[in-house]
Each structure stands twice: as C-alpha cells, then as structure tokens.
Design a protein around this ligand. Structure first.
Ligand code: G16
Length: 548
C-alpha cells in the first residue's frame, strides 16, 4: 500500500540522519537544545513529528531552529502549535520518545504516536520552518525539511526569521488571516501600524525622545529590525549595534548577557541618559537600560517592562470605563520589589509559575488581560476574545462624546495591534514600550523610578547530573537532594529582605542560583553561600565555586 512505501521512505531517509547510539536528550524549557553536532537526527525527527501534529490538529505547525540565548556553537528546535503557542505538554513527551528511539526502533515509536493519537495519515500536513543566523542552522533546518517531506508534508521555509515572527506566521495562517497576513511584510505592517497609531498620540516629541539604541546581539533580530525600519514612518530613530556585520552571536552582548551580568553589552555606544535595549539571539527577549549622569548602569528588565505595560493598560481601561480583569504573571526570578509594587500599588492579581514561556502563557490565558513577563525579558500580553471584542466595539463606537474615553479605547485598540499575542517578541515589546513612554511622556529614568529593584545575583553551578535537583512551588523550593532546601532556608535567614532558590536549567547543562537581599554585598554573599551548598549537596564538579 502507499502507507508501506511512505514508512519505508521514512526508514530509508532517517538512516541519512542517524542517531548516535545511546544519546538521550530532553525536551527542555524551550525545546531540544545542545551542541549543534548532536542535533541532526533530532531535526529530522522533529520534521516527522511536526507532520503528525499537523495531521492531528488539521492545522499548520511551526518548527523553529534556534538556540536563542545559548552560544553560537549550540543549536536547538522548538515546535509551534496552531495558535502560535508552544507545543502542548503531551506532545513534548512524544517528541522525546521519537528523539530518543534508537535507529531500529524509530518506526515503532512513530506508529505508537499515530495509534495513541488516532491520527489519520490521509489528512494533509503543512509545516512552516524558520531558523536563526547560527552557522549550523542552515544544515539543521534542511534536516527538518527532509523529515517533513519524508512523511509527505508540505513545507513553507521562511528562512532566517525571528522566533516570534515564525509564531506569528503560524497564527496568521491558522486564523485564515484574521490575525494578520502570514508574510514578513504582513508582520511589519501590522505591528508598525499599531505603533504609529500610538505615537500619533504623542505628537511633539523631539529627535532625542524618538531615539533608541538597540543591541541586536549579532543575531536575527538585528537583520529583521533593519527590514522593519522603513515601516516606522520616522516615529522611531534607531541606532543599531551588534548588527551581525562583525561580532559573534550573543558573545558579550544581547539580553541574557546584560541581564545576568548587570552591565552594558560590548560593541554599543551609549551616551549618558540615553534609552538602550538589547535583544537576544532569536529576538524573543528584550531588556532596557541606561547610564546615569555619574556613569552608573541601570537595568530595566522584564519585570519593569511588565509593570510599565500593566500600569498603562490599567489606566486606559479605567479611562475607557471598561471593566476587564487584568493580571500579571511572573516567575520566581521576578524581583521582590516588582511583585510588591504590582500587588500593593497597582493592585492587580499576580501569579507565579515555573520558568518557561509555555507556563506563563498558559496562566495568562485565565484572565481577560494577562500580562506575562519573565525577568529575563521574555513576555507579552494576552487578551481574551471577550476583551478583544469589548475593546474593538468601544474603539469603533462613533456615538461616544467623551474625548478622553474615546482616546483611551483607541489606544487600547492600537496596543492590541502592536502586541504579538502568539509569544514574547522583542521587536513587538520594544514598539509597545516606546509607544507607552511616548504617550505618557516618560523618560527612561522616570520609568526606572516606578520602584527600586532589590539587589540580586544570578549564578550557575556545574553538577554531575542536574536532575538530582527537583523543585516544587513554582520552582521556589527544592525537594531533592535531601537537606538542600533546609540549608537554603537557614542561609536566607541571615540576610535582611532576602530570598533565594535553586533550579536545574532546562536549556543549559547547569544549576541556576538566584539570590536577592537588601544590599548588593548581601545578595552576592548569599548567592555564594547557596552556590557552595549546591556544590556540596548536589554533586558539584570542577572545583568549589569562588566568590565573584
Ligand atoms: C528560554 C525560555 C525561557 C527561559 C530561558 C531560560 O529562553 O524560552 O522561558 O526563561 O530559556 O531557561 P532555563 O533557566 O531553564 O535555562 P530562550 O530565550 O533561550 O529561548
């Protein structure tokens, strides 16, 4: 039968992308991620899985080849579900079964998924593929493509696009264009129109106010931002650095570097008081920063962005007289001051989830308006259908005489347009922040004073097997190894206003440590002590961690 020949084809082609015997990889925080050399078979097999997922959902599925914030030598792959969200957890399990099946067991693993999910192989399949600028991405995305074709799927290869652009394309395609048009042009047009509408409400800005310095992390975000500039009608004047012309991807630059090191990126000219931002390697994260008049560096991370956006949306809802519930979703990394500000001053619901956009996204869907941001700058805003309808109705209601109300409704509508609801998006978030600052007439310094971050420190520790640490309570407490949490609790008691937690990374082979306290010295000291505890109790390797 045709089915036999199809599976024979899979079998034959998979031999060209052989799995190293015994290699086992996990679907982590954001898909498979490791050294690029280990990923060829994973890519081919994710092509196969994407075809099954597409047949199952009767919708277009996305496959993005990227290792985002990781070094250039790494790569990775994430699957995108029909509405542009991360693939659902059950399918992460299937991804691992398929990825880790030895060569001669691949067909059985494939059949098993088909049977469990009752997939009709006659159903057609459509896959969108995207990749970042890594050297290995070209060949690896080709392996995805071969996987898709082997199982008879149709492919549209978008080439080098940001991760959020690929998510956007998938959502546009599966909403029959309601969300926008599934092309780069469509993406630039939708977002920039929203932004230009917002900027029109701040008509008298000086060139200085329109100016923004961007660190592109020497990645795809830089390339695609360049494309977008001509759509912005001079409402933003961008100086782009680390634009892929010379430097290495994510090396001493980009959002992750700036956030973790708490210092400016290399390769960027910053003048005093100037607004600057950094993207990460696939442009799904953004952080802002500036240098004050005495040269001191100030970081405005995902928490500050969430607070700015949350405050703006809440103001607009009040002015528009719309009764919609707004919530902010964070993770354990959220600075304690931000949580306090959101709860006590802004008086919005705050939720805490595990690390990983998929968890935050899911929690944010429970509200009329869910603002979600990781402290590392990954986030967006979700609007329920009911909220969207109410906003649209009000924005189009020509009978409203109250100018303030009318303006607020229109601003909310433009906000909806500029936001990429599929996933966190550095370019989209940047345009929204720029729009909000413009409308509210805020400088980056004024935005920074909304609340003061508690001093904090992030560290990494290498252990023999990071799975020995397991956590609970949205990763805020360690369950294993025995004694670790008790030790952390004791250490935390030594420092005022302090908090600390440890968790295994899902994107790198390390344990992450976070500590905050009343002073930077105390945050550093606490982080150091927790690092030592992890090293001693969780099988640290490579020598005891030293103070920074
Ligand atoms: C990915 C995820 C983020 C997560 C980050 C770090 O970011 O998308 O949600 O915060 O990894 O995760 P972990 O601490 O588990 O290593 P990116 O930008 O690298 O895709």
């Amino acid at each position: 039968s045709t089915r036999m020949t199809q599976f024979e084809k899979v079998s034959q082609n998979s031999a060209l992308h052989p799995k190293p015997v015994g290699l086992v990889l996990q679907y982590g925080t954001a898909g498979f991620r490791t050294s690029a050399e280990e990923l060829d078979h994973i890519m081919f097999r994710m092509g196969l899985l994407a075809v099954l997922r597409s047949k199952k959902t009767k919708a277009t599925i996305g496959v993005m080849v990227t290792a985002s914030h990781n070094p250039e030598e790494d790569n990775g792959v994430k699957l995108v579900d029909p509405m542009g969200e991360m693939v659902t957890p059950t399918w992460e399990e299937y991804a691992m079964q398929l990825a880790n099946a030895e060569q001669d067991a691949l067909l059985t693993a494939l059949m098993d998924i088909i049977k469990k999910e009752a997939i009709s192989m006659e159903q057609e399949a459509n896959i969108f593929i995207g990749k970042d600028t890594r050297q290995s991405s070209e060949k690896l995305s080709q392996a995805v493509l071969e996987g898709v074709l082997s199982l008879g799927g149709q492919v549209h290869d978008y080439g080098v696009v940001t991760t959020p652009q690929l998510h956007f394309m998938v959502r546009c395609q599966n909403t029959q264009g309601c969300y926008g048009s599934p092309t780069l042009e469509g993406y630039y047009q939708k977002l920039s129109q929203g932004f230009v509408q917002l900027a029109k409400h701040a008509p008298n800005r000086t060139d200085d106010q329109k100016h923004l310095t961007v660190d592109g992390a020497n990645g795809v975000g830089a390339l695609r931002l360049r494309d977008m500039e001509r759509f912005l009608q001079n409402q933003l004047q961008i100086s782009l650095f680390n634009d892929c012309s010379a430097g290495k991807l994510n090396f001493q630059c980009g959002a992750d570097y700036v956030k973790v090191q708490q210092k400016p990126p290399q390769g960027v000219e910053m003048s005093m008081g100037e607004r600057c931002c950094s993207f990460d390697g696939d442009a799904d994260r953004i952080v802002y920063y500036y240098k004050d008049s005495v040269g001191c560096f100030h970081l405005l991370d995902g928490d500050k962005i969430a607070t700015l956006i949350g405050t703006f949306i809440k103001d607009m809802l009040t002015q528009a007289g719309l009764d919609l519930q707004i919530a902010v979703v964070q993770t354990a990394y959220a600075n304690g001051s931000s949580t306090r500000y959101l709860e006590d001053i802004l008086k919005v619901t705050v939720c805490c989830t595990k690390t990983g956009v998929k968890h935050l996204h899911h929690a944010a869907q429970e509200f009329d308006i869910g603002v979600y941001f990781e402290a590392n700058g990954h986030g967006t805003v979700l609007f329920s259908n009911a909220a969207l309808e109410k906003i649209q109705q009000l924005a189009q209601d020509s009978s409203i005489k109250d100018e303030k109300k009318k303006t607020a409704a229109q601003l909310l509508q433009s906000t909806v347009n500029v936001i990429n609801q599929a996933v966190g998006d550095a370019i989209s978030d940047m345009l929204l922040v720029e729009g909000v600052l413009a409308i509210q007439g805020l400088s980056v310094q004024q935005w920074d004073t909304m609340y003061h971050d508690l001093p904090n420190r992030q560290r990494k520790i290498k252990v023999a097997d990071r799975r020995v640490i397991t956590t609970t309570d949205a990763e805020r407490r360690a369950v294993t190894p025995p004694g670790l949490q008790e030790t952390v609790d004791k250490l935390v008691k030594k420092y005022p206003q302090s908090r600390a937690f440890v968790r295994p990374s899902g994107t790198e082979d390390i344990i992450r440590i976070y500590a905050e306290a009343d002073t930077q010295e105390n945050a550093d000291a606490l982080a150091q002590e927790v690092c030592l505890a992890v090293y001693r109790l969780a099988g640290g390797v490579g020598g005891e961690p030293k103070p920074l």
